[in-house]
Design a protein around this ligand. Sequence first.
Ligand code: 5GP
Ligand code: ZN
Length: 131
Amino acid sequence: MCIFCQIASGELPSYKVYEDEKTLAFLDITPVSPGHTLVVTKTHYQDLENIPEMELVNLIKVVKKVSQLLKDKLGFNGYNVTNNNGVLAGQTIPHLHFHIIPRHAGDGHGPWQHGQYQPGEAEEIIKKITS
Ligand code: 5GP
Ligand code: ZN
């Protein structure tokens, strides 16, 4: 059983933020900022590709609810919701999860590095996507 399945089943402890029949939200053990929370389904799905749509709908509804709860209780103004799919993208636990990361002015967490398309590159990419 994966580590988040063990947390979801109560076999491993966690600081629970929210729980319902299908979903658990708990504090990340190595927070990017205080209150950094992970939201998971109690059923094991590896990533976005593997979760049935209706389960994902439930999960994202909980992400919204928990984000609001954290914002109300902890008093921050902004937050990032992120989800890593695959080892290359930084997924270290192979059980789909959304991160809710509270943000504070001057917290030093930089934005994504933005690049630029070379001439013709965007056209090539959109052709691949839409053909
Ligand atoms: P990922 O890199 O897969 O998107 O995120 C995994 C997250 O799980 C990391 O931020 C890491 O700190 C957190 N994590 C790993 N093991 C545990 C654990 O045993 N308990 C809790 N609460 N969080 C964990
Ligand atoms: Zn799992």
